[in-house]
Design a binder for this molecule. Structure first.
Ligand code: CP
Length: 308
């Protein structure tokens, strides 16, 4: 498998063999991510970080990942003080930044932005989220979390919350199709998973059911994957308020869940997970956000050619 120079744009570009290889590589690097071992396999390499939307985990875990492997970060910082504020196009920005770096991490509000950037870049583009499109590096860390904390093969999973705008669940569904999951989609009617994705999943042989009841959905699953309602993608605040607090997981609801059931969330959360859940053995979301470091280390080491 040749990852060197590869753009990481969508989970649709990855076979099961490629996914398993990335997760195995992340496992090899986990002790370095935990700072128990040191490495300089990316010494002399520069990672450019371009975020046109807010981020804490994705941006900082990429920065941690390159630094733990001995490389450096070149962060565009606030878009407002870059030449994008003067009207420079994404294509021109990418062409220039590619000349300063060995790979570019890009988050952008426009669906398709990462694909567009890859057409103008001489170095790998890693899609850190493109509007309501895809967020593949989040998916790799989600898969890594499921593999470490539960099991990937034959997984029973409930995906809950904003399934319309939530790009993390869109990417995760496609990835799970390689492992034969049973998927329960839990959302209010207004936030249903796009029918096109449901059709794709069924065509890939997945068992997919839909419900608006959290109570019934969590009874028999290995993983509950919660998501935030994506306020920033709603056309107006009134529409957002109608659905903002419709689904919530609480310690009381968890009484009907299996003891080994894990709760994941890409974070940030708002009201959808009661803080009382954090101290239960089901809560896995902070561990999940840490796993972003070894997974992004693996992706950087592979696309920069330091590992095979
Ligand atoms: N999960 C995730 O993408 O978090 P950030 O928006 O903080 O990067």
């Amino acid at each position: 498998m040749m990852f060197k120079g590869m753009h990481i744009i969508s989970m649709k570009n990855f076979s099961r063999k490629m996914i398993d290889h990335i997760l195995d590589t992340a496992e090899q690097l986990e002790d370095i991510a935990r700072n128990k071992e040191q490495s300089d396999i990316l010494a002399g390499k520069i990672l450019a970080v371009l975020f046109f939307e807010p981020s804490t985990r994705t941006r900082m875990s990429f920065e941690t990942a390159i630094m733990r492997l001995g490389g450096n970060v070149l962060n565009l910082g606030s878009v407002d003080i870059s030449s994008i504020a003067k009207g420079e196009s994404l294509a021109d920005t990418i062409r220039v930044v590619a000349g300063y770096s060995n790979a570019i991490v890009l988050r952008h509000p426009m669906e398709g932005a990462a694909k567009l950037a890859s057409e103008f870049s001489s170095v790998p583009i890693l899609n850190a989220g493109d509007g309501a499109g895809h967020h593949p590096t989040q998916t790799f860390l989600d898969l890594y979390t499921i593999r470490r904390e539960s099991h990937l093969e034959g997984l029973k999973i409930a995906l809950a919350g904003d399934l319309k705008y939530g790009r993390t669940v869109h990417s995760l569904c496609y990835a799970l199709s390689h492992y034969g999951a049973d998927i329960t989609l839990v959302s209010p009617e207004e936030l249903r998973m796009p029918q096109e994705i449901i059709n794709d999943l069924k065509n890939r042989g997945l068992n997919v059911t839909e419900t608006d009841s959290m109570e019934s959905a969590i009874k028999d699953v290995d993983v509950l994957y919660m998501t935030r309602v994506q306020k920033e993608r709603f056309p107006d605040d009134a529409e957002y308020q109608k659905v903002a607090n419709r689904l919530k997981i609480t310690p009381e609801l968890l009484e009907s869940a299996r003891s080994e059931m894990k709760i994941m969330h890409p974070l940030p959360r708002t009201t959808e997970i009661d803080p009382g859940v954090d101290a239960t053995p089901h809560a896995c979301y902070f561990q999940q956000s840490f796993y972003g470091v070894p997974v992004r280390m693996a992706l950087l080491a592979l696309v920069m050619g330091a590992m095979e």
